[in-house]
Design a protein around this ligand. Sequence first.
Ligand code: ZN
Length: 152
Amino acid sequence: MIIFNARDLNKMARAAEEEYPQECCGLLVGRFENAVWEVKDIVPSKNVTPYDQGNRFEIDPITRLKLQKDLRDSPEEVIGHYHSHPDGAAIPSSIDKASIWERNMLWVIISVAKARTIEIVAHRVIEGSEELSFSPIEIHTINGLDPVGHSG
Ligand SMILES: [Zn+2]
């Protein structure tokens, strides 16, 4: 299970809408304890992929290095990242599957269609039969707000 507060889910949903039709991306800061990931904050990144930003993302390495430096004396760490799929489902693409470098990172994918966020799904990396793969994990929202944030 992954715990998000509604504020961060809303921030990711808005970022996906603002960057549409490009992919947005960013980092998840939090803790992993007793098989539960708790996201305390999200940190947006520029999408620095030199390729088609509508289909790919790359988190700015400077953003990540700076964040890790800031977290050095903190109990929290970078536990994952998020990115959007403009006009695509919230499931990992073949590009995503080919881009798993770190086993312990969570992948949160935001499906956005016509600049409206549809769904947010979290995935963890698992050992597949031959290669690393993804498995969805349940998002538990605290603060009780609509995770997508479209109240009208
Ligand atoms: Zn993707």
